[in-house]
Design a protein around this ligand. Sequence first.
Ligand code: ACO
Length: 433
Amino acid sequence: MADKATTAKLSIEGKTLDLPIRHGTLGPDVFDITKLYGEGGVFTYDPGYTSTASCESKITYIDGDEGVLLYRGYPIEQLAEHGDFIETCYLLYYGELPNAAQRKEFEHAITHHTMIHEQMSRFYSGFRRDAHPMAVMVGVVGAMSAFYHDSTDINDPKQREIASRRMIAKLPTIAAMAFKYHIGQPFVYPKNNLSYAANFLHMCFAVPCEEYKVNPVLARAMDKIFILHADHEQNASTSTVRLAGSSGANPFACIAAGIACLWGPAHGGANEAALQMLGEIGDPAKVPAFIARVKDKSQHTRLMGFGHRVYKNYDPRAKIMQKTAHEVLGELGIKDDPLLDVARELEKAALSDSYFIERKLYPNVDFYSGIILRALGFPTSMFTVLFAVARTVGWIAQWKEMIEDPSQKIGRPRQLYTGSPRRDYVPMSRRSR
Ligand code: ACO
């Protein structure tokens, strides 16, 4: 095989620049353009960053054409099948799967830091009862920097680790409290004898007036959902966390910024929309008419939970979600979920239709997740909150990697200016408009 090229040549107005080509372990090569402006006097233009690698990372790899997702090299299917969320957190954050002693120490630390400062609970009553739980999440997570002063020095590795562990441990508590406040029930304190996912379900669904026993099949499903959402490379919210962190902002503020970005319907809000769409179709017999509507561009209707910016193949997370949906519905004795029937029929119809085949549109992670979350008892307003709980570890791992990267600089994109050229100030008396 021929050696890979080490430079690319770029000619600008008769001047030739040599751009170093860098090779990763997997995936496309990149042109290193860091000296482009200094040597060539030009910027690159790439709105939406469709062809831009914003950083170097060792955490997550996606091959969108093949439908591959790896965390630290391990396929998502293997982690979901054989691992659990605590182990996944350790892997993403520290880079390796934990040995028995490391796992014990990590799990103990996370489990024993799930309570939040008692004064933080008063924050909730400052929000209107009908506030969206994501609005509450942005506020309360940001407020953590006002409570845990001993872990905001980003230049101290120990403080970074403490802040990271605090967020992994406390985000489920903050999210469950947002849920309880939303539905008008009393907060439920965490329980240290429960696993991460079981404790979360307990904090969400227990009430003081009766015993609540967590169903292990449902806890396992929740755990899998957390694993599947834990990281996804340099997506919008992760890039937001990195950019916020690049200025030296404290870690809690950076994660609050990530949550704000995730809230958008083009990002974390799609599972809510997918479930709504399935409900609106309502009957498998109506699927052909809906598919026809989606294909008719004048209708501006998208098949929610289908298509992805990176995956041009089946999203590997969607396959696991589909299996988990069956497990959860089976455990709950829901023999016929009309939404699952509609989803299956939609998937079958779309995957054999040339419109979707030609555009490489496949189910994404959001297609089946709403069915599971609804069966678990969550209202749609909580769907993105659950995503935020799971993604926190990914954001933190990426933030830590950025801080520890010696080539890290404050993020400062440039622009193609298309406004007015220089002009002189016009006194009011001479302004015609
Ligand atoms: N239904 C119908 N047509 C679609 C869909 C869809 N879900 N997705 C893309 N297309 C069509 C577009 O109309 C376009 O067709 P054209 O070439 O005839 O104009 C073509 O496929 C390419 O679409 P783009 O919008 O250019 O693709 P892009 O990569 O920018 O969009 C996105 C990706 C936003 C996810 C899109 O597929 C979509 O809107 N899907 C539905 C929403 C959704 O499920 N989002 C969740 C993503 S996963 C996540 O964030 C966790």
